[in-house]
Design a protein around this ligand. Sequence first.
Ligand SMILES: Nc1ncnc2c1ncn2[C@@H]1O[C@H](COP(=O)(O)OP(=O)(O)OP(=O)(O)O)[C@@H](O)[C@H]1O
Length: 204
Amino acid sequence: MILEAKGISFGYKKDVNLFDQVQITVESHERVGIIAPSGFGKTTLCQILAGYIKPISGQVLLDGKDIHKIQGYCPVQMIWQHPEKVVNPRLRMKGTIAEGDEIEERIMDGLGIERDWLNRFPGELSGGEMQRFCIARALGKRTKFLIADEISTMLDLITQSQIWNFLLAELAERKIGLIVVTHSTPLIERIATRQVVLATNYDI
Ligand SMILES: Nc1ncnc2c1ncn2[C@@H]1O[C@H](COP(=O)(O)OP(=O)(O)OP(=O)(O)O)[C@@H](O)[C@H]1O
């Protein structure tokens, strides 16, 4: 499959764009690292790529089909930097995990999710434990692309390494393409098969 961002422009304020004419193409076998300065709008771009927000101009296409026209489960799934912002605080984790597609037991095992965590509320888990659930939730059976926005910043180095080792094996086995945003150069060099450097409007 191919995920394409074609001529994407976006700004939150009228007539002030964060970025213009962004072009990105990712194939299923690729892991693309996005490099851009702080405040560029990387999280915003990730949300556009995952179909959460519509660009002012341009299109996001999945195998040529506009991502906003896809009905049902979206094969492009985003994992956010702050898991606490994207889980319902009143839902036990078993409810949170059920929000996505069917999640295989081996994914829960691979991410080190302990089964008694399923009965807890988000406020009863550490940030790292909650992030494992968010990663699992994004790895539903029908997922074809993952957008990872600073997903391991809150994890210690050993956990970070365990989670990325699992994710890289999973992506390779299931031919899931990856777009990864991180400020960590060593991480991007380890993970990405290709890097895309984006400049702010002020740098052009
Ligand atoms: N919903 C929103 N409404 C208005 N402005 C927003 C909104 N979300 C983000 N912004 C602003 O847009 C700009 C880009 O934010 P974004 O989080 O996408 O950048 P980023 O490149 O991911 O930043 P960082 O590297 O610091 O995490 C920032 O100035 C931010 O304050």
